[in-house]
Write a protein that binds this ligand. Structure first.
Ligand code: ZN
Length: 243
């Protein structure tokens, strides 16, 4: 029985990561659902911290491109520029760490994957059409995902019907109300639900309740570093809008 901090899509955003970890102080374990790097200005600070706190991390599509599992051409211009910059910055220790990471994880009563169980690094799951095959593949009643940078849940009820909606700050989801449940805690380092605050959550394995959390952080400080390093303007602007 434990309390887990569930984070995803940190994207080299140190200020957002530390704001999230402050709110997760006291949890037993941090679970990080991929895309630790890409887009943002602090890949090494973020990875050093995740290693130091022994977070259970999996790879996302940005790590896959960084590690050359996937070609650079797979990305749009802004994402590609940022990952090329990251490739030049990343320390040997952090590169070695990323190479050890799995694509999926299974802990206690839940699973975790960046995209989907069908395509861990590629597929976006945001609606029932995409969630349906995942419910079939899930070996546990609960699976956490990232990739979309949007906080929501999609659940299969015991009567075979479905439920789900976007999750607001402090909103709770009781896992046992449902037969199977997919939860995206939202994005820490580049939220896309028009709320610039970092999104993440706490999962209590005893009460089996997930609680969404938001944390404000110094967006301007991150934007300033991105400007200094010449990262794409589009990526700088979107942080302030959370889109
Ligand atoms: Zn991402």
């Amino acid at each position: 029985m434990a309390r887990y901090g569930i984070i995803a899509d940190v994207h080299s955003n140190w200020e957002a990561l530390t704001a999230a970890l402050d709110k997760l102080e006291g949890v037993d374990k941090i679970i990080c659902l991929g895309d630790m790097v890409g887009y943002g200005p602090d890949p090494n600070l973020c990875l050093d911290k995740l290693r130091q706190i022994k977070a259970d991390c999996i790879v996302g599509n940005h790590e896959a491109v960084l590690l050359d599992f996937f070609p650079l051409t797979w990305f749009n211009d802004a994402a590609r520029e940022a990952i090329e910059w990251t490739q030049q910055q990343i320390s040997a220790e952090n590169l070695a760490f990323l190479k050890t990471l799995p694509q999926t994880l299974e802990i206690d009563g839940f699973q975790g994957v960046h995209g989907s169980l069908r395509q861990p690094l590629e597929e976006y799951v945001v609606n029932l059409t995409e969630a349906w095959p995942m419910f079939e593949q899930m070996t546990r009643p609960l699976c956490f995902i990232g990739h979309a940078h949007l906080p929501f849940f999609i659940a299969q009820k015991t009567d075979g019907n479905f439920a789900g909606h976007d999750l607001a700050d402090k909103e709770e989801v009781v896992i046992d109300y449902y037969h199977k449940m997919i939860i995206n805690p939202g994005g820490v380092g580049q939220p896309r639900d028009h709320d610039p605050r970092a999104a993440f959550g706490i999962y209590d394995d005893k009460s089996r309740i997930f609680t969404l959390q938001r944390a404000a952080y110094d967006v301007a400080a991150v934007q300033g570093k991105m400007e200094k390093f010449g990262l794409p303007k589009k990526l700088i602007k979107r942080l302030a809008k959370g889109s």
